[in-house]
Design a protein around this ligand. Structure first.
Ligand code: FEO
Length: 174
């Protein structure tokens, strides 16, 4: 049984994961409207992965007999100045998510909640991989600047496959 404080924090985290998926759906939409079909596909997979993360939190709460509270999901940003700006926003967001999981770990330690602490380790590992993957794409986009190389990067982004577990980024293109 989770503490009231942990239940409330997990409901917020559940909402953050759903917001993440929505944010990436917005990026995918912007890419599709702009002609970056590879980017649209990459962010659509990211949308799916975030949805899987949300459901992972949801299932954990159900398994612990915690009361789920589905909070409203904020409207995501839908306009970006460039593909690079999309990925920079993504990195900024993922860093916030890493901080959120660190805070959840702090709460688990404070509450001596070893079960939740162990559960959060999977997400922290995922955050390391997500930040690394997005940073790598940002570095490549900065290298090509506004040149034609951006279309080659867009094609590579389109090769990313969905990892149905949402577990690792090993199969992420780039
Ligand atoms: Fe579920 Fe990208 O953090």
């Amino acid at each position: 049984m989770l503490s009231e404080k942990m239940t409330s924090a997990l409901n917020v985290q559940l909402n953050k994961e759903f917001y993440s998926s929505y944010l990436y759906l917005g990026m995918s939409t912007w890419c599709a409207h702009t002609g970056y079909n590879g980017g649209a596909s990459w962010f659509m997979i990211q949308y799916e992965e975030e949805r899987i993360h949300a459901l992972k939190v949801y299932q954990y709460m159900i398994s612990q007999g915690s009361k789920i509270n589905l909070l409203p999901i904020d409207h995501p940003q839908m306009k970006y100045s460039s593909l690079l700006a999309c990925f920079e926003e993504s990195l900024k967001h993922e860093r916030l998510m890493t901080s959120a999981f660190n805070e959840l770990c702090d709460l688990a330690i404070q509450k001596k909640d070893h079960t939740s602490y162990a559960f959060f380790q999977w997400f922290l590992q995922e955050q390391i991989e997500e930040e690394a993957s997005v940073s790598d794409i940002i570095a490549k986009l900065k290298l090509v600047g506004d040149g034609n190389g951006i279309f080659m990067i867009d094609t590579q982004l389109g090769q990313r496959q969905l990892n149905i577990q949402g577990t690792t980024n090993a199969d992420k293109a780039m």
